[in-house]
Write a protein that binds this ligand. Structure first.
Ligand code: PEP
Ligand code: MG
Length: 303
């Protein structure tokens, strides 16, 4: 009866009533990739790329990024790897990118993430070209963070197409069908998820920011952390709405925020209909055990 974690290492992740849940890992560096591999992650649900840009004077070159992304894809041996484009700003500070704008009153609501990338096409295209070049070494999916309106998705996709066109002209190969998704981590994105679902191949719900922006609670401020409540009905409703709109449009939804690594929250996510959980690599087996013990439709959530 008692399930030991080492016994479940090679088990497929299914709920007790047989629903398949993809169990992926969040990584930001190669050490975390090692842990994900050791724990038999089925994929990478979120690779943060900010670390590549940190502790230096200028952005990494296309070649340097290409080599890094290729390494991750090769080591995952054809399993899905969702790499997120630069999500700088807010809690993720990279000083040299902010030289031209200076201090902001509300950095979390400011010039950051996809907003900066759409304005700094040089930085964005370098990363997208590196990702596309790496795409032939595994199963890459590209993900855009901090989306708050449809126009951002359309612009990001147009720039990606420009990069593909450049590579085609240069005779450089890439995966022509590389999948593109977005983070749903602003209330606006969740509320227009019916529209956004028609533009992308997958969603990944970023609860860390979704909670912060929905509840108006700074995720880094200890004084208000008592209000940072993942089970707030507003959060559960936005997650439910996002999943329903995705499924109506035939796309899958993962959750890559911290709540996916929380054993006590995982049953809620499963009942809300999530397809994939992307967790802290050291929590993979603990979460797998929880999924195996969860019945996907056993009770209704209070929301
Ligand atoms: C999130 O916002 O939930 C997320 C996964 O992204 P990050 O924590 O990097 O902002
Ligand atoms: Mg986020």
């Amino acid at each position: 009866e008692r399930m030991e974690l080492r016994d479940i290492l090679h088990l497929e992740t299914r709920t007790s009533d047989g629903r398949r849940i993809k169990l992926f890992a969040n990584i930001g560096n190669l050490e975390e990739l090692d842990i994900a591999l050791k724990n038999n992650a089925e994929g990478i649900g979120l690779m943060r790329t900010e670390i590549l840009f940190m502790n230096r004077e200028k952005p990494p070159s296309e070649e340097e990024q290409f080599k890094f992304y290729r390494t991750v894809l090769e080591r995952m041996r054809g399993k899905p790897v969702i790499i997120r484009t630069l999500d700088v700003g807010g809690d993720k500070i990279i000083p040299y990118l902010y030289a031209e704008i200076g201090k902001e009153e509300n950095p979390f609501l400011g010039y950051r993430s996809i907003r900066l990338c759409l304005n700094r096409k040089d930085i964005f295209k370098t990363q997208l070209r590196a990702l596309l070049r790496a795409s032939i070494y595994g199963n890459l999916k590209i993900m855009f963070p901090m989306i708050s309106c449809e126009e951002e998705v359309l612009k990001a996709k147009t720039i990606l197409e420009e990069c593909k066109e450049e590579l085609r002209k240069e005779g450089i190969s890439f995966d022509r069908n590389v999948k593109v998704g977005i983070m749903v981590e602003t209330p606006a994105a969740a509320l227009i998820s019916d529209i956004l679902a028609k533009e992308v191949d997958f969603f990944s719900i970023g609860t860390n920011d979704l909670i912060q922006y929905t509840l108006a609670v700074d995720r880094t401020n200890e004084s208000v952390s008592y209000l940072y409540n993942p089970s707030h009905p507003a959060i559960l409703r936005l997650i439910k709405m996002t999943i329903e709109n995705a499924h109506k449009n035939g796309i899958e939804v993962g959750v890559c925020g911290e709540v996916a690594s929380d054993e006590n929250f995982v049953p809620k996510l499963i009942k809300l209909g999530v397809d994939e959980l992307s967790v802290n690599p050291s929590k993979i087996l603990v979460i797998k055990k929880k999924v195996l013990q969860t019945k996907s439709n056993e009770d209704i959530i209070n929301m």
